[in-house]
Design a protein around this ligand. Sequence first.
Ligand code: SAM
Length: 329
Amino acid sequence: MIDPFGRFISYLRVSVTDRCDFRCVYCMAEDMSFLPKADILSLEELEHLVGSFIAKGVRKIRLTGGEPLVRRNILWLIERLGRHVETGALDELTLTTNGSQLDRFAAPLYAAGVRRINVSLDTLDPIKFAAVTRWGKLDSVLRGIEAAKRAGLQVKINTVALKGVNDDEFDRLIGWCGVEGFDLSLIEVMPMGEIGETARLDQYLPLSAVRRQLSQIWSLEEIDYQSGGPARYVRVGETGGRLGFITPLTHNFCESCNRVRLTCTGRLYMCLGQEDATDLRAPLRSGDAQAVGQAIDEAIGRKPKGHDFIIDRAHRGPAVPRHMSVTGG
Ligand code: SAM
């Protein structure tokens, strides 16, 4: 699949549920209302749709959410998709998780063909962790991460940079990831969805400034490494670990975007930061495989050039009304 800007679309992110067992302050409102269960595709339907994308040349699948590991029977889908890794139809099946369920899922994930996972972790301080996630417990996430490591999964930690919350912890996180052998990516907070009283402007920390500060303490060497996602990496000389910067605000990398996103209701978003989407559920449920293929092709033909997230005094509200939990990170 090639979009109007000549970009080769080979990466599908699938939000398998919009529900989550955390309520991170920058992601969700505390009193979220979720999609009606009747609108949600069954795991068989999701498998079917993902199969259509693989047939069209998608080589990498990331399951996300909400929290992918709280969807009932999710392992069934992971095992089914893992077969495409086994046959060579997929290069990679991976997922993004908050880690709360990893303790019991790590070994089955590895057995299903998953080799790398992203775990979201914004702080190593249990009190801050409880405040940021509202409902999460740091020790269960750390237990999950340990289980992942034991199971042989390569772990990347994703940390959203939050002003006044974890900006004093990046050094600690870099050191910890170095010791544990994890890659670390820092992420700029994106203006997605109403999140209650917390203002984005108060949370937003431009990573250009963070990088300048970090480079006074750590030797950061530019490297070519690409994980297939939007992060740009440096090597941390002192730890030997990789540090990524995901900068949708200070520097978007839309020109190299290779991704589209499928929600658990079968909506296909061509850009995280734009509202345009195509419904794939109706053609899927009509049983017309050709109609599904056509709908995907038309959608790819509309993939926009990029997003335009802005957070400043004049833009305090969300750029898109959708919460991150609908399309996933
Ligand atoms: N529950 C899983 C998790 O926590 O990783 C997967 C879904 S979560 C929405 C995916 C990622 O998006 C997490 O790393 C989360 O921190 C990040 N995220 C959520 N809202 C965000 C926002 N407004 N800006 C930047 N990142 C955000």
